[in-house]
Design a protein around this ligand. Structure first.
Ligand SMILES: [Fe+2]
Length: 259
């Protein structure tokens, strides 16, 4: 089973790249199942129902989110109804949507996808460590192949969660920081991991935002309205291969220039 994980889709450049290139990329890489993190799809913050549908139409089997889950109000009823677009599981009890789903791969094999958020330097009502064991056990009861999108700021926390889940899930793929790390690997217990899968969007930027605007805000400390950049667009992510028991056999970072 070959799984493609597409890292944080940023703005219209990112979602355009997915629409334009994901279908052919799925074929070229002989992908059986595809997860796309779409939490920055709507101008860099959040996602709308229309954008979520476009990612699914382009070839995402499941879309994951992150700290900007609630940035667009119109996504709330959509998340309540959707089984394909999920949000971090630790956003608090009773919130709309789900943090775990199961979808079939190309051959019908069920694949569980878990979305979880870190708590170091991020604002979450529940730490991932409080719920991760129960969540992963539930995922494992539903599917042998379990993919975890761990959306977090700190490399230490991302590596810690990957080690914590080693041998229990197929892959722990880090998202949120938008800079692809050079550590795609298989951990001793058979779990694929990368600390950050990168960003699908404009890399001529400061993590997606027009560089001059990001610099201006940092230099002055004054509010500056951010706009997504447009240049050096890439699809970034990771390709994971696993056996029928969900044990990873390879894990490679992916970087595909689009424009
Ligand atoms: Fe994020």
């Amino acid at each position: 089973m070959r799984i493609l994980f597409v890292a944080d889709v940023f703005g219209s450049a990112g979602s355009g790249a997915v629409r334009e290139r994901l279908p052919s990329l799925r074929d070229e890489l002989e992908i059986d199942f595809c997860v796309v993190n779409g939490e920055n799809a709507a101008d860099g913050r959040g996602i709308t129902p229309k954008l979520a549908d476009r990612l699914l139409d382009a070839g995402a089997d499941v879309v994951t989110l992150g700290n900007h889950t609630w940035a667009r109000r119109e996504i709330v009823p959509y998340l309540s109804a959707s089984e394909r677009v999920i949000r971090p599981a630790n956003l608090g009890e009773g919130r709309p949507g789900r943090g775990l789903t199961v979808a079939p791969a190309a051959d019908g094999t069920p694949v569980a996808v878990v979305n979880l958020m870190g708590w170091l330097f991020l604002d979450v009502p529940v730490t991932p460590f409080e719920i991760v064991d129960e969540l992963v056990e539930k995922a494992r009861s539903l599917a042998k192949i379990v993919i975890v999108d761990f959306h977090a700021e700190a490399t230490s926390e991302k590596i810690a969660v990957a080690r914590l889940l080693d041998g229990r899930v197929t892959a722990v793929l880090g998202t949120h920081t938008h800079v692809q790390t050079n550590d795609a690997r298989i951990l001793p217990g058979g779990t694929a991991a990368i600390t950050d899968a990168g960003m699908t969007g404009p890399h001529d930027s400061v993590i997606g935002v027009q560089a001059d605007l990001a610099i201006q805000r940092m230099r002055t400390g004054m509010p500056v309205r951010f706009h997504p950049a447009t240049g050096d667009v890439r699809i970034e992510g990771a390709v994971v291969e696993c056996d029928e028991n969900g044990r990873a056999t390879s894990c490679e970072a992916l970087r595909v220039p689009v424009s």
